[in-house]
Design a protein around this ligand. Structure first.
Ligand SMILES: [Zn+2]
Length: 243
């Protein structure tokens, strides 16, 4: 049986007794605010009491009572604040070797559901939320679901999702290269959405990140660009002709 500690990724926990407060002034972290959704440079708080905690991060399994593995990097964790004065939201960040490992609440991708059918938007929101929480396989399944809903809504037919996306591209304005590139996302090409599909085992942050961006681009091209063109056309009709 696993303890709650076993469920925490090893990269996110300092070895027992090795945490210090050092002289680590909080550095500035560039992230999208999970509250106001603006990109910002999040700083820490001034003063001696607000140092980050620091430790040496040992990579690989850390077994209590045994010496740690040979590889280690300097890690630190602490609070940061949104620079938007209307927000001031607090975020807890964990870094290793100068790179951001995790932030809580997590960064989420920007998504504007305007004009997108409710069910499609709901699937997409869930995919983005799963991605932000590090649940990449769940995110991949929800991206697929969003794309299937999108194709059904637009009447794009085909034997596989890949074929349906191809059919969809005939009715929306989108670069051909983007559709070809989408087929490289293996779990979108295979029609078995079940966990038995081998490729689901290898889905990570990068692949779901790309899949979400492809899906967002398809949604924008299908629902939001068309709406923008209609608004521009309506404006053209209501404007007096130039003299
Ligand atoms: Zn904010």
């Amino acid at each position: 049986m696993t303890s709650p500690k076993d469920e925490i990724p090893v990269a996110l926990r300092p070895a027992p007794g090795r945490v210090g407060v050092g002289n680590n002034q909080p550095n500035v972290i560039n992230i999208r605010c999970p509250y106001c959704r603006h990109n910002g440079s999040f700083g820490g708080f001034a003063g001696d009491r607000h140092h980050d905690i620091t430790w040496q991060q040992h990579w690989g399994l850390v077994t209590e009572g045994k010496s740690p593995g040979p590889r280690s990097t300097a890690a630190q964790a602490g609070l940061r604040c949104c620079p938007n004065p209307k927000c001031d939201g607090l975020v807890f960040v964990i870094q290793s070797g100068g790179a951001l490992l995790r932030s809580f609440p997590s960064e989420t991708k920007e998504f504007d559901p305007a004009g997108i059918p409710e069910e499609v938007a709901r699937c997409m929101s869930e995919a983005i939320e799963c991605h932000a929480q590090g649940c990449y396989r769940a995110a991949a399944l929800m991206v697929r679901r969003a794309l299937e809903e999108l194709c059904e809504d637009r009447g794009a037919k085909g034997a596989t999702l890949e074929a349906r996306i191809e059919a969809l591209s005939a009715s929306i304005v989108i670069p051909k290269g983007l559709i070809d590139g989408a087929h490289e996302l293996r779990f979108l090409g295979n029609d078995a959405a079940h966990i038995v599909a081998k490729q689901y085992k290898n889905i990570g942050r990068e692949e779901t990140d790309l899949a979400i961006d492809v899906a967002l681009t398809l949604l924008r091209a299908t629902y939001q660009t068309v709406d923008l063109i209609a608004r521009l056309k309506a404006r053209k009709g209501s404007n007096p002709s130039p003299a």
